[in-house]
Write a protein that binds this ligand. Sequence first.
Ligand SMILES: N[C@@H](CCC(=O)OP(=O)(O)O)C(=O)O
Length: 537
Amino acid sequence: MAVHMRKLPGQLTVVIKLGTSSIVDEKTHQPLLSILSLIVETACKLHAEGHRVVIVSSGAIGVGLRRMNLPRRPKHLPQVQALAAIGQCRLMSLWDQLFGNLQQPIAQVLLTRNDIADRTQYQNAQNTFIELLSMGVIPIVNENDTLAVTEIKFGDNDTLSAITAGMVQADYLFLMTDVDCLYDKNPRSNPDAKAIQVVEDIAELAADVSSAGSALGTGGMSTKIVAARLATSAGVTTVITKSSKPGNIRAIIRHAERERKKGMSSRNSTSNLQDNDEVPLAQAAALNLHSSTHDLSASTGSLREQDQVARTPSPQTEPENVPLHTRFLPISHPIRDRYFWILHGLAPHGTIYIDQGAWTALNDKAGLLPVGIVDVDGHFAQQEAVRIVVVKRLSRSSPKSQPISQPTTPAATSHSVHAPIPLRHPLPHTPSYNSHRPDLVHTTSSSRITSPPPYELHNPAPFEIGRAVVNYSATEIRRIMGLHSTQIREALGYADSEYVALRENIAFAGRERSRPSTPDYRTAERRSGNGGEVEVH
Ligand SMILES: N[C@@H](CCC(=O)OP(=O)(O)O)C(=O)O
């Protein structure tokens, strides 16, 4: 069932993500009341203008530390979870108090990755958001740290905010942080550093951003880039800007809307560094860094002073003089709903390596047949999600030479019990979901130690094209890969489907660094028809 996000003309849905370092002081863990108050004021103004607002708020553990007078985050997971439980209710009470001053109702939404791995639960969460937003409530989202262990964690709230933005089909995601934007190089050591204002194609962004994080938060600039990639693939304009100036959010939206209407966005444009929002260069310096020294002075100005940019149509709101920020433009054919869920709601349990022929067939809207599969990594069951990686098959592994491996015991005819199959190489440990690279992970089989992979490792390098929910387990796919569908029954003793993955269960990543000599993602995306399942009114 497609979820319909009905919106009034001109109404925007804005997700604002605040990291721990924007919510509590890094050393004292005291709440940063001035920032929180400004966020509340901004959210209420957006709401009063008819827009919908969702806040993704970290800070539970930080607030819990303060409450229990502990100096630093403990190492032991249950202690961290206990602190999150202590801090979350206090954090919500703080938000409720601040929003209550402006008579704005809020709601708490706590999510784990597990909650949304089930399609029905994902849709339930989506429906709850829709209902809350149409009731005029501001949902405040955090990861349910009490339940989340590594395997089921989003890992950082940047990723959570991007998934939330995709779920609510947001127009904007603001990743509020302690730097004002990205620069083309580190301004600390390069006075000629230029602010990156607009990133039209995130795949073209240089990958050398720092992943340094603060003492309490888990995110850094690299998780923001990953979040931006994820959100823009869902059609969400993503903005990185300074959390100490939340009043800038509205000015940036006005500017971005003007630009969008004019269709004037320039490709990865840069401009000379402007200090018009009073951020000294040294502070901005973190550039690609998530500064570990939170600058309290920058967040203690009066509400009136700090929100000046947003209140008045001052010269700062003019296109040439907007507050510093980096804006990542959304892709033109967003990945919506079920495909977005397959890509980002489900954690992949393994990898299927396919050849160029299978990739071409997928481009032509075919399902994934066993004949095009070159190799498999990981342990996964039927109906679990896997990465799909395109490789160049080495001639020694051509499908024709693939023998049918006969079931070795009668149990192999059962769907659930199979005799172990001798492997050409030991299976690598199936990694838990890597929140820092949740999509477009370039995969190599460097973990193989007994035999080389049956595909080219470097020229061209394997590349991930998307995710699929499979009809066969890893063990079954190892038996049938390289075979024609008519041979599945012979190989397994049964045939659940002629396809390893049905076309409707394959989701392509939105875009990827263009690679000469490899198929063009964007072409595939257009052909694949990923978008369009959900209508946005
Ligand atoms: N969910 C956790 C925070 C997760 C986290 O570290 O996020 P962030 O500070 O955004 O990197 C909390 O509320 O303390």
